[in-house]
Ligand binder design. Sequence first.
Ligand SMILES: Cc1cc2nc3c(=O)[nH]c(=O)nc-3n(C[C@H](O)[C@H](O)[C@H](O)COP(=O)(O)O)c2cc1C
Length: 177
Amino acid sequence: MKVLIVYASSEGQTRKIARKIMDRIADSGQAVELLPVSEAKGTDFSRFDRMIVAAPIHAGHYSRALSDFLSHEVENLSNVPMLFLSVSLAAAGHDAEDWRGLDQILDDFTAATGWQPSRVEQIAGAYKPSEYDVFRRYIMRRILAAKDPDADLDADKEYTDWAALEALVDEWLARAD
Ligand SMILES: Cc1cc2nc3c(=O)[nH]c(=O)nc-3n(C[C@H](O)[C@H](O)[C@H](O)COP(=O)(O)O)c2cc1C
Protein backbone atom coordinates (compact mmCIF):
# COMPACT_ATOMS: atom_id res chain seq x y z
CA MET A 1 0.00 0.00 0.00
CA LYS A 2 1.18 3.53 -0.81
CA VAL A 3 -0.24 6.48 1.12
CA LEU A 4 -0.10 10.20 0.27
CA ILE A 5 -0.44 12.78 3.05
CA VAL A 6 -1.23 16.36 2.03
CA TYR A 7 -1.31 19.01 4.74
CA ALA A 8 -1.82 22.71 5.34
CA SER A 9 -0.53 24.45 8.48
CA SER A 10 -0.09 28.02 9.75
CA GLU A 11 1.43 27.57 13.19
CA GLY A 12 2.90 24.11 12.70
CA GLN A 13 0.60 21.78 14.66
CA THR A 14 -0.99 20.19 11.59
CA ARG A 15 2.48 19.74 10.07
CA LYS A 16 3.49 17.94 13.26
CA ILE A 17 0.35 15.77 13.03
CA ALA A 18 1.11 14.96 9.38
CA ARG A 19 4.71 14.02 10.21
CA LYS A 20 3.62 11.85 13.11
CA ILE A 21 1.26 9.94 10.81
CA MET A 22 3.97 9.63 8.17
CA ASP A 23 6.33 8.05 10.72
CA ARG A 24 3.57 5.72 11.91
CA ILE A 25 2.84 4.49 8.39
CA ALA A 26 6.53 4.15 7.48
CA ASP A 27 7.20 2.21 10.70
CA SER A 28 4.48 -0.25 9.72
CA GLY A 29 6.46 -0.98 6.53
CA GLN A 30 4.21 0.83 4.07
CA ALA A 31 5.19 3.46 1.53
CA VAL A 32 4.24 7.04 2.36
CA GLU A 33 4.77 10.49 0.85
CA LEU A 34 4.20 13.81 2.61
CA LEU A 35 3.41 16.99 0.67
CA PRO A 36 2.49 20.51 1.82
CA VAL A 37 -0.62 21.61 -0.02
CA SER A 38 1.39 24.30 -1.82
CA GLU A 39 3.28 21.54 -3.66
CA ALA A 40 0.46 19.07 -4.20
CA LYS A 41 -1.16 20.40 -7.38
CA GLY A 42 -0.51 18.23 -10.42
CA THR A 43 0.46 15.13 -8.43
CA ASP A 44 -0.34 11.81 -10.15
CA PHE A 45 -2.84 10.59 -7.53
CA SER A 46 -3.28 7.25 -9.30
CA ARG A 47 0.11 6.24 -7.77
CA PHE A 48 -1.54 6.11 -4.33
CA ASP A 49 -3.92 3.62 -2.73
CA ARG A 50 -4.96 5.97 0.07
CA MET A 51 -4.77 9.64 0.82
CA ILE A 52 -4.90 11.67 4.03
CA VAL A 53 -5.60 15.40 3.96
CA ALA A 54 -4.89 17.29 7.20
CA ALA A 55 -5.80 20.97 7.58
CA PRO A 56 -6.46 23.46 10.39
CA ILE A 57 -9.36 25.85 10.87
CA HIS A 58 -8.55 29.55 11.27
CA ALA A 59 -11.33 32.08 11.82
CA GLY A 60 -13.97 29.56 10.84
CA HIS A 61 -12.32 28.46 7.57
CA TYR A 62 -9.84 26.07 6.05
CA SER A 63 -7.11 27.84 4.08
CA ARG A 64 -7.55 29.27 0.62
CA ALA A 65 -4.60 27.16 -0.55
CA LEU A 66 -6.48 24.01 0.49
CA SER A 67 -9.73 24.97 -1.22
CA ASP A 68 -7.85 25.97 -4.39
CA PHE A 69 -6.03 22.64 -4.43
CA LEU A 70 -9.14 20.54 -3.84
CA SER A 71 -11.33 22.49 -6.28
CA HIS A 72 -8.62 22.11 -8.92
CA GLU A 73 -8.02 18.37 -8.34
CA VAL A 74 -11.48 17.19 -7.35
CA GLU A 75 -11.97 15.07 -10.49
CA ASN A 76 -8.60 13.37 -10.01
CA LEU A 77 -9.28 12.52 -6.38
CA SER A 78 -12.62 10.77 -6.68
CA ASN A 79 -11.17 7.24 -6.87
CA VAL A 80 -8.77 7.49 -3.91
CA PRO A 81 -10.14 6.52 -0.47
CA MET A 82 -9.57 9.67 1.54
CA LEU A 83 -9.38 10.52 5.24
CA PHE A 84 -9.76 14.19 6.14
CA LEU A 85 -8.29 15.32 9.45
CA SER A 86 -9.81 18.66 10.40
CA VAL A 87 -7.64 20.32 13.08
CA SER A 88 -9.03 22.97 15.44
CA LEU A 89 -9.27 24.11 19.02
CA ALA A 90 -13.03 23.57 18.99
CA ALA A 91 -12.33 19.84 18.71
CA ALA A 92 -10.40 20.02 22.01
CA GLY A 93 -13.63 20.60 23.92
CA HIS A 94 -17.12 19.25 24.33
CA ASP A 95 -19.16 22.36 23.60
CA ALA A 96 -22.15 21.29 21.48
CA GLU A 97 -22.32 24.65 19.73
CA ASP A 98 -18.61 24.44 18.83
CA TRP A 99 -19.15 20.97 17.37
CA ARG A 100 -22.15 22.12 15.34
CA GLY A 101 -19.87 24.90 14.08
CA LEU A 102 -17.29 22.31 12.97
CA ASP A 103 -19.99 20.42 11.03
CA GLN A 104 -21.11 23.65 9.38
CA ILE A 105 -17.57 24.65 8.38
CA LEU A 106 -17.09 21.22 6.83
CA ASP A 107 -20.44 21.31 4.99
CA ASP A 108 -19.69 24.76 3.58
CA PHE A 109 -16.25 23.62 2.50
CA THR A 110 -17.37 20.45 0.73
CA ALA A 111 -20.19 22.38 -0.99
CA ALA A 112 -17.76 25.07 -2.17
CA THR A 113 -15.05 22.67 -3.43
CA GLY A 114 -17.18 19.72 -4.58
CA TRP A 115 -14.77 17.48 -2.63
CA GLN A 116 -16.22 14.57 -0.66
CA PRO A 117 -13.70 12.78 1.59
CA SER A 118 -14.70 9.21 2.39
CA ARG A 119 -14.11 9.84 6.09
CA VAL A 120 -13.73 12.91 8.28
CA GLU A 121 -12.29 13.14 11.80
CA GLN A 122 -12.10 16.24 13.98
CA ILE A 123 -8.70 16.48 15.68
CA ALA A 124 -7.75 18.78 18.56
CA GLY A 125 -4.88 21.11 17.62
CA ALA A 126 -2.76 23.39 19.79
CA TYR A 127 -2.63 26.83 21.40
CA LYS A 128 0.69 28.44 20.42
CA PRO A 129 1.18 31.99 21.69
CA SER A 130 4.89 31.67 20.77
CA GLU A 131 3.79 31.62 17.09
CA TYR A 132 1.17 34.41 17.19
CA ASP A 133 1.56 38.07 16.37
CA VAL A 134 0.14 40.63 18.83
CA PHE A 135 -3.31 40.64 17.24
CA ARG A 136 -3.63 36.85 17.13
CA ARG A 137 -2.32 36.55 20.67
CA TYR A 138 -5.01 38.90 21.91
CA ILE A 139 -7.79 36.99 20.15
CA MET A 140 -6.51 33.55 21.06
CA ARG A 141 -5.98 34.45 24.73
CA ARG A 142 -9.66 35.38 24.98
CA ILE A 143 -10.78 32.21 23.20
CA LEU A 144 -8.58 29.95 25.31
CA ALA A 145 -9.49 31.65 28.59
CA ALA A 146 -13.14 30.82 27.87
CA LYS A 147 -12.40 27.28 26.71
CA ASP A 148 -9.77 26.15 29.19
CA PRO A 149 -9.91 28.31 32.38
CA ASP A 150 -6.97 26.44 33.95
CA ALA A 151 -4.61 27.01 31.01
CA ASP A 152 -1.50 29.21 31.31
CA LEU A 153 -2.28 31.80 28.60
CA ASP A 154 1.41 32.55 28.01
CA ALA A 155 2.46 28.96 27.37
CA ASP A 156 2.09 26.80 24.25
CA LYS A 157 -0.20 23.86 24.87
CA GLU A 158 -0.95 20.83 22.70
CA TYR A 159 -4.43 19.36 22.87
CA THR A 160 -3.77 16.69 20.24
CA ASP A 161 -4.28 13.17 21.59
CA TRP A 162 -1.37 11.41 19.87
CA ALA A 163 -2.30 7.87 20.93
CA ALA A 164 -5.89 8.31 19.68
CA LEU A 165 -4.60 9.78 16.41
CA GLU A 166 -2.29 6.83 15.79
CA ALA A 167 -5.06 4.36 16.66
CA LEU A 168 -7.37 6.11 14.23
CA VAL A 169 -4.83 5.95 11.40
CA ASP A 170 -4.05 2.28 12.12
CA GLU A 171 -7.76 1.43 12.09
CA TRP A 172 -8.43 3.37 8.88
CA LEU A 173 -5.51 1.76 7.04
CA ALA A 174 -6.60 -1.71 8.13
CA ARG A 175 -10.07 -1.25 6.63
CA ALA A 176 -10.78 -2.54 3.16
CA ASP A 177 -12.45 0.67 1.85
C1 LIG B 1 -5.88 33.36 14.26
C2 LIG B 1 -6.42 32.00 14.65
C3 LIG B 1 -7.75 31.71 14.40
C4 LIG B 1 -8.28 30.47 14.79
N1 LIG B 1 -9.59 30.21 14.54
C5 LIG B 1 -10.13 29.05 14.97
C6 LIG B 1 -11.51 28.77 14.78
O1 LIG B 1 -12.25 29.55 14.15
N2 LIG B 1 -12.01 27.63 15.29
C7 LIG B 1 -11.23 26.72 15.97
O2 LIG B 1 -11.74 25.73 16.44
N3 LIG B 1 -9.90 26.92 16.14
C8 LIG B 1 -9.34 28.07 15.66
N4 LIG B 1 -8.01 28.30 15.82
C9 LIG B 1 -7.17 27.26 16.45
C10 LIG B 1 -6.38 26.48 15.39
O3 LIG B 1 -7.25 25.70 14.59
C11 LIG B 1 -5.39 25.57 16.12
O4 LIG B 1 -4.49 26.40 16.81
C12 LIG B 1 -4.63 24.63 15.20
O5 LIG B 1 -3.80 23.82 15.99
C13 LIG B 1 -3.80 25.41 14.17
O6 LIG B 1 -3.14 24.49 13.32
P1 LIG B 1 -1.73 24.85 12.65
O7 LIG B 1 -0.74 25.02 13.77
O8 LIG B 1 -1.41 23.67 11.81
O9 LIG B 1 -1.94 26.10 11.85
C14 LIG B 1 -7.45 29.51 15.43
C15 LIG B 1 -6.10 29.81 15.64
C16 LIG B 1 -5.59 31.04 15.26
C17 LIG B 1 -4.14 31.33 15.50
